[in-house]
Ligand binder design. Sequence first.
Ligand code: PLP
Length: 814
Amino acid sequence: MIYCVTHLALIIDAQLIGDPDRKIQHIFYDSRNIVSPADGAFIAFIGIRDGHKYMEDAYKKSVRIFIGSHIPVIHSDATYLIVDDPVSALQKWACYHINSYPSLTTIGITGSNGKTILKEWLNQCLWDVFSIIKSPKSFNSQMGLPLSVLQIESKHDLGIFEVGISKPGEMDKQERVLHPTIGVLTNVLGAHSEYFKDKEEQIVEKIKLFKNSQVIIYPTDPNISKIIQLEYPNKKLISFGKENSDIQLLETTLNGNTTVLSVSVFGEPREFIFPFTDDASIQNVLCLLAVLSELGYNYDFIQEKILHLQFVSMRLELVSGINNCTIINDTFNSDYQSLEIALHFLFQQNKPKKVLVLSDILQSRLAEAELYKKIADLVNSFPLHHILLVGEKTYKYRHLFNNILKSFLSTVEVIRFLESRSIKDAALLIKGARKFELEKVTQLLEVQSHDTILEVNLHSLLMNVNYFKSLLKPETKIIAMVKASSYGLGNFEIAEVLQFYHIDYLAVAYPDEGFKLRDKGIHLPIMVMNPEISSYDRVIEYELEPEIYSFRELNLFVHKLKEKKLTKYPIHIKIDTGMHRLGFQPEEAQKLGDLLKNNVYVKVKSIFSHFAVSDVSEQEEFTRLQASKLKYSFDILAKILGYQPLLHIANSAGIINYPEYHFDAVRLGIGMYGYIDNEKTLKKLKNVITLKTVISNIHDLEPGETVGYGRQFVAKKTTSVATLPIGYADGIRRIVGNGKGYVTIHGKKAPIIGNICMDMMMIDVTNIACKEGDTVIIMGENPSLIEYAEWYQTIPYEVLTSISSRVKRIYYRE
Ligand SMILES: *Cc1c(COP(=O)(O)O)cnc(C)c1O
């Protein structure tokens, strides 16, 4: 966007004062957010505060163009555009702007809720097909929509905009700004509003957005359908819903954490695997299906996109707290919907006590009393042990909440209170609007450690599990490999999430890993691959299921079961089909079968083996031989036993490369943690881990000065060096020092210079704008596990498991 002020004055009907040749390239409306003032104009809105009061602040930050209804202090070197009403001026401007892109297809989304999710989902589905311009966040107000529209450039070919209103009369103005090609109404809840008499009035107002649309997509609801059909009899109308709709939901079948949706798409029965299970998401996806069908996409395209839809929300961060507490940190956002999501997440945590710390809710259009009634009803519907409220409003309405431990006016008081108690064995949700700075509460309760953290994105992990699941037959079980602390990601956190999502089985390497999981409340069946003889007692006590790989081990274990007078104890028989690590030889199957046949002490739950080269296509023959050896042994054993244990062999690569060997179960490891040695599949997986730190210190070197032990780096010119609090003791090997490896700061690569120290490393930031305290990505998207594996000359598995346990793990959901 480039507008000359003279031209703009004509467009918005303004009086121009000052230099008539200035150009505007961007707009500021909050003087706190001015970063690069050149060619920017400050527009003074009158909202909760009067923007004219901040013109002076903007001027001090070097802004020289101002749009407002008056000029508080005039500067001779500034240019002013004086208008009657800045908001309508902005709307006129946006209207002019969008009309200069007549070929742009636009989707305008309005409705009581679901707008942002639909917009983001459309973007997730279409980002690689179109050059999309969309409203940032939920920028949909009288100012937000025109500001979004002004971002349109000639490179865009699809615009997706949210349109909101709060009072009658606003939609006509919004329509002048947008007039979408495709109009979408997500729903109308008809919630009480001081401006609208009833739901019908809200519908009438909202659908004014579609005056110039070619197509209208709307939910099947008697009121809505009737009003739309009456108002727009000559437009193409597409309805979605549970009955009598163009896009009609016929049936939903829950399948673990996905839903199979049977949908009639314009009369054609279709099935979609959808990675969400809640009603709101299902309603949203019907609307999404309607839009995608209208855009002309076929079933295959739509199914593929829907399978990979991601959760849209702010992120919820999970950190370990003191006194065996878990803390969910959600201190950016406070509204009804996000509170509901966060409360659900709190109740996924496996802790005896649940505690909520909640601030006032800001930015709600609901009347205050009604809002807090609604919030209290929601909160009261969860069996919380304690609720700590913060803020004047929650204080006023505290009587509505059950289980009030305490209601405070400020965050400082909450902190003082918490310091005087010690909350133990609890999961705490810290939830509130940004201005309450509840992160200070989190800091108080967090286990202290250094600035280097390993972030684990639990949502991505689940998306990866879902991806693998989508490749399996519905009845095939998944055994999730959580050995070696879930490949280094967490002691029990990963298992906990997997358990919540009803994974079938877990497997660990050693008994003590299984004991830890049981102690943390994991009740899924757990297979132990190396059940050490010395821990048989506890293996049995903790109900872990041993892998039996030799006659000696079988005898000893059966002996122990006899001693304890236990029968039918679940065991897993390992067959060595070529790995030559552990297992019975296929030739031993007969003998093993005879031993097991009349043995009442054990029950064979599964018979399995392990691929050695399922990731190497040239060695397909060996893999096939392994599978056939297993099948051969299985047939002999199953026949003698007279029942059918589960049969399994495929690891992550096996799942991808050998669908014919999925058998009854698969053992998923590295794939769910985000890596696979298969380029095509890798693209479908989400990155799960990010190793981060912050810059401790920055200093400049003169030419000739050196860095670190051994003085390996010598500055050739003036060089800015940043020191990071991470070293080889954290698992970053010395071999990536001296320019071999790099880190990323604000998306830019900074080489590691000099030798890596035990607890620190130095990087060259000469060409990067950064400061002390800035975040640095050590490993994640960029550089990736794969790059590290190349630098270390090893495999990603080893990179992942070598991040040292002193690095704090933080878990989050987006
Ligand atoms: C680790 C392991 C797996 C998982 O392998 P990935 O390649 O990480 O999927 C499967 N089976 C056994 C026996 C394992 O030890």
